[in-house]
Design a protein around this ligand. Sequence first.
Ligand SMILES: NC(=O)c1ccc[n+]([C@@H]2O[C@H](COP(=O)([O-])OP(=O)(O)OC[C@H]3O[C@@H](n4cnc5c(N)ncnc54)[C@H](O)[C@@H]3O)[C@@H](O)[C@H]2O)c1
Ligand SMILES: O=C(O)C(=O)C[C@]1(C(=O)O)C=C[C@@H](O)C=C1
Length: 361
Amino acid sequence: MRSALVLGTGLIGTSIALALSGRGVRVHLADRDPDQRRTAAALGAGTEEPPEGPVDLAVAAVPPAHVAAALGGLQARGAARGYMDVASVKGGPRRELTAAGGDLRAYLGTHPMAGRERSGPLAATADLFEGRPWVLTPTPETDTEVLNQVLELVSLCRAVPVVMDADAHDRAVGLVSHTPQLVSSLLAARLASAEETAVRLSGQGIRDVTRIAASDAGMWIDILSANPGPVADILSEFAVDLDETVRALRALESADEVKRAEGAAGVEGVLRRGNAGRERVPGKHGAAPAAYETVAVLISDRPGELARIFADAGRAGVNVEDVRIEHATGRQAGLVQLMVQPASAPVLTASLRERGWSIRQ
Ligand SMILES: NC(=O)c1ccc[n+]([C@@H]2O[C@H](COP(=O)([O-])OP(=O)(O)OC[C@H]3O[C@@H](n4cnc5c(N)ncnc54)[C@H](O)[C@@H]3O)[C@@H](O)[C@H]2O)c1
Ligand SMILES: O=C(O)C(=O)C[C@]1(C(=O)O)C=C[C@@H](O)C=C1
């Protein structure tokens, strides 16, 4: 691929543009908001100059409700040889493009399974899609050349292509993306009016479960409006599970020993089913989750401490597979959990101790 046009230079569009530009593709940037386009260009994502002729691939990275109109407009002026979108829902945009008389042979609906709770070009990174699944929804009418261009884009973004039917995709992301967003928002909403004393105690658990509650509400209304049925189905099953869990917890309050035992079994069942579900979530690069060992290190809240600990891990010859940081409320210290291969844990622990770090068991 030699040239691309990215329409919509927010989080996803700019991340794609950064990855393509970094690998030698000439990327033209467009956005209805000139500030977003300017910012993306300043980040090195591409040029603000419009292309002189049709580019190889045009990418519509705009909110789902705008996809069909954006693609229709691009196709009407012959902006590219192939067209794709990255919207989080696939059935609706395809039907809208069909209704608007768009050219479906030159179009491929896609969805990268990577993102963030922040929007806009300043949140973009070139490595956002590395090792992540990227869903492609070709149909028998999709032009092979367009499919190949999209596969090349996915490969340049270092993502892993996954081919699916558009409606099957929407049901699947209803479970693994859209319902989690609502569950996270529902839980975070409980904090909005909670006592300050309670909120100040927030640790890593609540941070993990509510991170995506910070996402853009406008974008999510768009996504959920395009996939309400599957999400409502999953949430009603969730509501049944919630009712059962509440009943089990009430039973745990009972004076009757038999009822308490039933309650405990009910709650344990929820926790164990949760363990089983969590085990199925793939780790990095789409592989099964690796069993890493954690080396927990106390760090002081000073600039450069994180860089220093990573450099020391490198000096010990240990690859850090994953990392977590816990900030202790009101204290000038935090706990860094370095996840490493089990065989590397003793090496890292000894080496960091030698360099003066305080290791927590
Ligand atoms: N945020 C995520 O985690 C995520 C992940 C995967 C896919 N997506 C999908 O990617 C798309 C973009 O999401 P984002 O998170 O980058 O949003 P964003 O808000 O960061 O960026 C969207 C950009 O599109 C521009 N825009 C809106 N309407 C336009 C139009 N009609 N013409 C030209 N530009 C227009 C906006 O000005 C903005 O710069 C959405 O379809 C979303 O469903 C998002
Ligand atoms: O990590 C996040 O912030 C995301 O929510 C990303 C996420 C997801 O659910 O995995 C959100 C919506 C997108 O369509 C794709 C990715």
